[in-house]
Design a binder for this molecule. Structure first.
Ligand SMILES: Nc1ncnc2c1ncn2[C@@H]1O[C@H](COP(=O)(O)OP(=O)(O)OP(=O)(O)O)[C@@H](O)[C@H]1O
Length: 324
């Protein structure tokens, strides 16, 4: 039975998964609308794959509720499975068959599969269609995984780190393929470590840390407005580095120039990137392991920060240094 259009494609409430005393997923609530592309972000071990595999019906849950295309994934039958497309993080694809043979074989499991040659073209494997999978490169095998995920014309597509191992051109091609699938009405749940991928593809994104969803929203609104306030940094006459968050950096710089009677030393105006904001979100929710690292032991120890309303920017991060 198909769900009504107004029901979300995915609805989870209080989802929990524990391994012994460890909670891998610790009370996640989330709705993903039909036709939406949702990106799940989070550091290694945050609980992304566990969440996705529960929704795919591959893992049992310890607690909470889940509904996927109107069905509890713990009890999804073959009819339900045929409406899903799944690209797992790693696959044990046997290499004995050619790309075309493998796809034809899988297409036979679905009631309304896509044309195999079209799928081969969509993932850019025309030149390898008659090659045994064992002889493909890692990135080419990953394309086979994606092809197997879409050959059944799924209503809902799960993509677990789909572009790992892709070269930059293959990633662009893949993004275009996802946009095409989205335009056809496919709902997509994507996990990724690439923030640009989330920004390119996701209507919304969620950040999961320690099994909890710590933020959900449009990708460019993650962390809230305060996290995007620019930072002006300069070295004062006292020899210390000062920084101030302000929505009016030009006004602040003008007043500094007036006060100092000239150019402020080492002046920088920094707009936090998506990566900075994401890293701050992760750090601020990651418990004690990162505590005490902010500004510690750097020349910024004397930094004077006024009006800092957003998450603290740690100037020691690579991302921040790239901006500086
Ligand atoms: N079968 C298992 N038995 C015990 N612990 C597990 C098992 N599978 C996952 N875990 C633990 O659950 C936590 C969440 O793992 P999960 O694979 O969901 O993380 P992830 O966010 O997908 O990470 P990554 O980005 O590295 O893929 C981790 O601490 C992991 O060690």
């Amino acid at each position: 039975m198909h769900q009504t259009d107004s029901e979300p494609a995915i609805r989870i409430r209080g989802l929990r998964k524990t391994y012994g005393s460890q909670a891998a997923v610790d009370g996640v609530d989330l709705d993903i609308a039909r036709g939406e592309t949702f990106a799940l972000l989070g550091p290694n071990g945050a609980g992304k794959s566990t969440t996705v595999e529960i929704l795919e019906g591959y893992r049992s849950r310890t607690g909470g509720e889940a509904s996927v295309l109107g069905v509890d994934p713990a009890h999804g039958g073959l009819d339900w499975k045929s409406r899903l497309g799944i690209v797992l993080q790693s696959t044990g694809e046997s290499g004995a068959f050619t790309v075309r043979e493998q796809l034809r074989h899988f297409a036979g499991f679905y009631p309304n599969p896509r044309d195999v040659e079209e799928v081969i073209a969509a993932v850019g494997l025309e030149a390898k269609a008659s090659t045994r999978i064992a002889k493909l490169s890692g990135g080419q095998r990953r394309r086979v995984d994606v092809a197997l995920g879409i050959v059944g014309r799924p209503e809902l597509l799960f993509l677990d780190e789909p572009t790992t191992g892709f070269d930059p051109e293959a990633r662009r091609d893949f993004w275009q393929l996802v946009r095409t699938l989205k335009a056809e009405g496919t709902t997509i749940l994507l996990t990724t470590h690439y923030l640009d991928e989330a920004a390119q593809l996701g209507d919304r994104a969620g950040v999961i840390v320690g099994g909890r969803l710590v933020d959900v929203g449009r990708v460019h609104e993650l962390g809230g407005a305060a996290a995007r306030v620019p930072i002006v940094r300069w070295r004062g006459a006292d020899g210390l580095v000062h920084e101030q968050r302000t929505d009016e950096p030009a006004r602040l710089v003008a007043s500094l120039v007036a006060d100092l009677g000239g150019e402020p030393a080492e002046l920088e105006v920094i707009r936090p990137s998506l990566e900075d904001i994401y890293l701050d979100l992760v750090r601020s929710h990651a418990g004690t392991e990162h505590a005490g690292t902010e500004h510690a032991g750097t020349e910024h120890a004397g930094t004077h920060s006024v009006g800092a309303t957003g998450p603290t920017i740690d100037p020691t991060t690579d991302a921040q240094e790239a901006l500086a």
